[in-house]
Design a protein around this ligand. Structure first.
Ligand code: PLP
Length: 474
């Protein structure tokens, strides 16, 4: 066995990492060969590897470093709470000041009557907690049959057994894993770019809503408990549903007494220029919101499931002696909650929501200039969430073979040029810190263009681009 303190050089570190750290989404064959890029430090929108090379991190960690990294104020708040009281038992006999303050703060920021908070360790456990809450609620109100879930293909809701089963990304459901299939139903992904040819956006929207309603009627409205939906499907490729989709699907939920769970793990805490996007951007008041990531800007692991008075009244109705037997050792962890409070304080003080509303449209507009490149089929997104969809043929929208791993080829070139963009099969997604400047946006766009151009040259040399595109570039 190798001791970790033996890792004095970067090469040794990479070797130790290969031997001992099973990373999320490890592709074993590739990892065994290439290992991972060791990151040593971070400041603002930049990260530095252990060779000292600096990168502009356009991914914002993993959709999460909203206020930017390396803030002394955050370090101080965390250290202070660590010294004062690093832990307190959250089970019901005790509470702690940061957790109580944060719960009240979230109730104030969340829309409608979402006044109750279940703290979790991250986004996946927030989604899991939402479903446990839903089961409890339906049983309490005498509807034990009402347990089925609707979600969407291409959605991502986390990596526990339940949250991964609710998610609908084909690539996340490899045959080696098992998934819950008996009560989870995946509706179509609301992606107009991939809609059947010839449909107007309004016709496509109607098709999606008809599918949702007929699925509810087929399962039986008395058996459908909840609809889980990201306002914008993030990891599925920053898919912004057609205009009107959110409100119309919310209306269907209300019509059939189905709880609407808005998974705002990515879209909250400023990513779209609001604390929560559900009401402020999309005009819906969900029954439950799940959040994580930007809640602490990645400085501490924390998630929350925020739910309505209506649900709370049912589950806490006096006289039943009910116990809500759910929670974790680290529910409402004082250090994580102190970090979230300081993070919210910084977002308020620096007016970062307003800042996103100013810089977001510029980011979108500049990113869309990449659509003139021969393999960029579409650039889409909203405010500080963006996706570049790479295609082999812009007219037919046909993709390159998956094994060519176009997104990864582009991100590798970008990385060599000092830019981090996240590859997801044929896509590249970005979600920079809310503090991103115009100059940094320009650098992202310029560098990504160069990375895509280099990839095109490689594809041409390997004979993977059709002749017409080769001629276009000749
Ligand atoms: N929900 C959404 C919409 C997400 O994007 C993610 C993570 O990317 C999760 C849930 C899971 O969050 P975590 O990785 O913190 O468990």
């Amino acid at each position: 066995m190798t001791l970790h303190n033996a890792a004095t050089s970067t090469d040794q570190l990479v070797e130790l990492d290969k031997q001992h750290f099973t990373h999320p989404w490890t592709v074993f064959d590739v990892f065994a060969e290439q290992g991972a890029l060791p990151i040593a430090s971070a400041e603002g929108c930049y990260i530095t590897d252990s060779h000292g090379k600096r990168y502009l991190d356009a991914v914002g960690g993993l959709w999460c470093t909203n206020i930017g990294l390396g803030r002394s104020e955050m370090a101080d708040a965390i250290a202070e709470q660590c010294r004062t009281m690093a832990f307190a038992n959250p089970f019901v006999d005790m509470t702690n000041i940061p957790a109580t303050q944060l719960a009240a703060k979230l109730a104030g920021l969340a829309p409608g009557d979402l006044n109750h908070v279940i703290f979790t360790c991250g986004g996946s456990t927030a989604v899991d907690s939402a479903y446990r809450l839903i089961q409890y609620y339906q049983n309490c109100r005498g509807k034990p049959e009402k347990k089925h879930i609707l979600s969407r293909k291409n959605s991502y809701h986390g990596s526990t057994y339940l949250s991964m089963s609710i998610g609908g990304k084909a690539g996340d459901h490899p045959p080696e894993f098992d998934f819950i299939t008996d009560f989870i139903h995946h509706l179509s992904c609301p992606n107009y770019y991939r809609a059947p040819a010839g449909l107007s956006e309004a016709e496509y929207l109607q098709q999606l809503l008809d599918e949702m309603e007929s699925t509810i009627l087929t399962i039986g409205p008395d058996r459908v408990a909840a609809f889980f939906a990201e306002p914008i499907l993030g990891a599925g490729g920053v898919i912004v549903p057609p205009e009107g989709y959110h409100q119309a699907s919310w209306a269907l939920c209300k019509k059939y007494d189905i709880l609407y769970v808005s998974d705002e793990v990515v879209t909250s805490f400023g990513r779209l220029g609001h604390w929560f996007a559900s009401w402020d951007r999309f005009g819906i008041k969900p029954d439950i919101i799940t959040t994580a990531k930007g809640l602490t800007s990645g400085y501490q692991p924390l998630g929350a499931c925020i739910y309505s008075d209506r649900i709370h009244q049912v589950i806490s109705e006096p006289g039943h002696g009910r116990c809500f037997a759910h929670g974790f050792t680290y529910s409402g962890h004082p250090i994580a909650c102190a970090a979230a409070l300081k993070n919210i304080d910084i977002i308020e003080r620096e007016q970062l929501l307003q800042r996103v509303q100013q810089i977001g449209p510029y980011f979108q507009q500049q990113m869309r200039t990449l659509e003139d490149l021969p393999i960029v089929g579409q650039v889409r997104g909203m405010q500080l969430m963006v996706c570049v969809e790479n295609v082999r043929d812009k007219v037919s929208k046909a993709l390159f073979p998956e094994e060519l791993d176009i997104g990864k080829r582009i991100s590798d070139h970008a990385e060599a040029l000092g830019l981090i963009v996240r590859p997801i099969v044929h896509l590249n997604v970005m979600s920079p810190p809310l503090t991103i400047t115009k100059e940094q946006v320009d650098t992202i766009v310029r560098t990504l263009r160069q990375a895509i151009e280099r990839t095109i040259v490689d594809l041409q040399a390997e004979g993977h681009l059709p002749a017409s595109q080769q001629q276009k570039r000749a």
